[in-house]
Design a protein around this ligand. Structure first.
Ligand code: FES
Length: 106
């Protein structure tokens, strides 16, 4: 699946993501700046916060309760299209996903 990461400045990076991985891990593997993933993908740090393209947001699997709680403590403001990228699994269904990176994760 292809995923496009858009920096706060608008720079786009499109990479190939392996199924079974996550949008967070794929960013780290490809040295995408702006995703930290401090907790290793356990929904405990909120440093993998992303804004999902609005048109694609509803197509993603729903937000679990524990993700919901962490989304309330992100460094950059939470928006309607906020997700934790470690909780978005890479599947064929997300091919073409566009995520925007927040200003800061710290
Ligand atoms: Fe820590 Fe996603 S990597 S919450």
């Amino acid at each position: 699946a292809r995923i496009t990461y858009v920096s706060p400045e608008g720079a786009e990076d499109t990479v190939d993501a392996q199924e079974g991985s996550t949008v967070m891990q794929t960013a780290l593997n490809n040295n995408i700046r702006g995703i930290v993933g401090e907790c290793g993908g356990n929904a405990l740090c909120a440093t993998c916060h992303v804004y999902v393209d609005e048109a694609q947001f509803d197509g993603l699997p729903p937000i679990a309760d524990f993700e919901e709680e962490m989304l309330d403590v992100t460094s950059s403001p939470r928006k309607d299209n906020s997700r934790l990228s470690c909780q978005i699994s890479v599947t064929a269904a997300i091919d073409g996903l566009i995520v925007r990176l927040p200003e800061t994760q710290e």
